[in-house]
Design a protein around this ligand. Structure first.
Ligand code: FE2
Length: 230
């Protein structure tokens, strides 16, 4: 069993729908406001009942539809406690689990991109998955230069938390800008250009030299996402 991977082309965001094949209870990770109708159609097409709408962090590049999904589909919202998303009905701490039918995901605190950022692990049919938000990207990682980001915390989250997962864990990132859909922990540990083989000092120097432009929608998106997009 695999997650349903959905893509928002404007923000290059991946949204994931996970479900229990028997009970049809479902959970969505990082839903995008503009894709609300698509996501509701996917739930209907698969015959799913949405139980949870979950955030990996308070996004700067798009607005979440979690609040609207709660209204339209009856889901409860969940978000990392340290993100300050006050409207989320479940405030997640490291190790917390969210249950949907006979399935569950587990929260991993992975600060760095933002201080509250989390990843979520899911084990289904003996295969382990990790949804990495903007912490670990394929051959990259989330930026650490705003929104309470920290390259030192990111290095720790990548090397001491995510890279300690089994090598065959499938990595499902929060974004990809080149059409890649997934990777594995083993591959990223060995080949990720940002972090593989780098010391903490080398990684911090690299992250501090990126000089990335400010995200177009940050001034609008962050405040909206602190109230689940409502
Ligand atoms: Fe982000």
């Amino acid at each position: 069993m695999r997650p349903i991977q959905l893509f928002d082309p404007d923000s290059s965001t991946y949204t994931y729908v996970l479900f229990d094949v028997d009970t049809r209870d479902a959970l969505i990770i990082d839903p995008v406001d503009e894709q609300l109708d698509r996501d509701l159609a996917v739930l209907k097409e698969y015959g799913l009942r949405l139980v949870w709408a979950v955030e990996t962090h308070a996004h700067a590049d798009h607005i979440t539809s979690a609040g609207k999904l709660a209204e339209h589909a009856g889901a409860r919202t969940a978000a990392p406690a340290a993100c300050g998303i006050t409207t989320a009905s479940r405030q997640l701490h490291d190790g917390d689990e969210l249950v949907f039918g006979g399935q569950k995901i587990r929260a991993l605190a992975t600060p760095g991109h933002t201080a509250g950022s989390m990843c979520f692990t899911w084990e289904a049919d003996g295969q382990r998955h990790v949804f990495t938000g903007d912490t670990l990207l394929i051959n990259g990682c989330g930026r650490t230069d705003f929104q309470s980001g920290s390259p030192e915390a990111m290095y720790h989250s990548l090397t001491e938390v995510l890279f300690k997962l089994p090598d065959d864990t499938i990595v499902w990132p929060g974004h990809d800008y080149q059409g890649r859909t997934h990777s594995t922990i083993g591959h990223e540990k060995r080949h990720n250009a940002r972090v593989a083989g780098k010391t903490l000092d080398e990684f911090v120097a690299l992250m501090n030299s990126l000089n990335l432009p400010k995200p177009k929608r940050i001034d609008e998106a962050v405040p909206a996402n602190l109230t689940s997009g409502l």
